[in-house]
Design a protein around this ligand. Sequence first.
Ligand code: NDP
Length: 458
Amino acid sequence: MAIATTNPTTGKIEQTFEAHSEEEVERRIALAQSGFEDLRATTYAERSGWMRRAADILEESIEELASLITLEMGRPIAGARAEVTKSAKGLRFYADNAESFLASEQLDDPSVVGASRAGKTYAPLGVVLAVMPWNYPLWQVLRFAGPALMAGNAGLLKHASNVPQAALFLDTLFERAGFPTGAFQTLLIPAARVEGVLRDPRVKATTLTGSEPAGRSLASIAGSEVKHVVLELGGSDPFVVMPSADVERAATVAVTARNQNNGQSCIAAKRFIVHTDVYDEFARLFSEKVAALTVGDPFEDSTDVGPVATKSGRDELAEQVRDAVDKGAEVLAGARVPERDGWFYEPTVLAGITPEMRLHLEEAFGPVATVYRAADREEALSIANGTTFGLSSSVWTNDDDEEDWFVTNLDAGAVFVNGMTASHPELPFGGVKDSGVGRELAAEGIREFCNVKTVWKA
Ligand code: NDP
């Protein structure tokens, strides 16, 4: 894929960028190494001050950044502004909490290990390569960079090829905020050149947010180099509605949970699994509300759903829906490519999904929802867990016993009860099964890129 800003609302290429030469990549890796050595010698107080300044820069640039997000990947402008604000909050969270998350800990009774003093400290790993996607072009990067830099690591960003202007803004953000030169930089390179960077001995660990094939490829290279890897891959999150739930509220939230960011979120609810007693009511309310969404120019404040970010993504979505409809799925809303420029797809609700349809097991990365009917909670759970993914999940119930049962039995990295999944800096984030390994955010996220060093003294 060319490194270019292509406006998904019009399909027009706005600006193309030259990839960095091999010499420039070498220069940047060397700078990252020296940036790491400078950064690790600084105090938490210094890093916190710079991190807060980076958050301030984001907020001072909110209109510029929101417009950039909307131009490069089509997110409706209100959501793009919210992404900037959330990113600033995430940076401040680690400015405030990194030191306590990484404080040394001692055993209360070191004599049990024959020591006078024993415990652990957290040390940075070094240069970390972050391969990031376009769907939240700031937030995905900054939820890595905030904790990684606060821990004393340096970051090298390989951003998605369709968000180069966001990548270039991030290239200078941390240096402008005061961090040592080289502590965080962008590499403008295509995916094919990631392997060379990851095999460089100065790069100590890596993280990828994106598709499963990209994650598998990166992890196999990291494995062969014995380098730590964190993966945040796709999801096909279940949204379970039980009879005790507030069905109207569940249907309203379901619309946002599926269609926010034009349906392109790993933690979007994608499969709506509804108890048969409330199925008809939920399916009617949900499809009416989806059909009422305003699809259009993402720069308009009134737009709910903009274009899919890439032509290939839109075409793939249309193909998944066509496959389901050809095999007998029922269309409750949408299922059309609108007659207009850009890569739009009508928000869609499908019912009657069967195992031979692609959408039964594949992630739909756009505004396409599938609705399933379940006879009881056991069947609802079986459908919910009947996927290779396990990122997050949402359960709607007002029965405490049912709530505990789903929390215990859902195979997912998170369970949200009577609400939609969202990421919060205060809570760990990540998946099981093919959705990934490791955790981002909270204390777990900052410790991922640390050497947990055991210290024992006779
Ligand atoms: P990709 O996984 O292809 O892209 C994500 C990042 O990985 C980009 O920076 C990309 O670079 C890079 N990349 C791609 N292939 C490799 C590779 N083999 N080795 C190293 N880096 C690689 O996602 P797409 O944009 O193609 O989206 C496809 C699907 O991925 C979606 O339909 C969705 O299922 C999933 N996805 C999940 C996201 C999430 O939040 N978990 C986010 C985005 C996508 P480049 O852009 O240069 O190809």
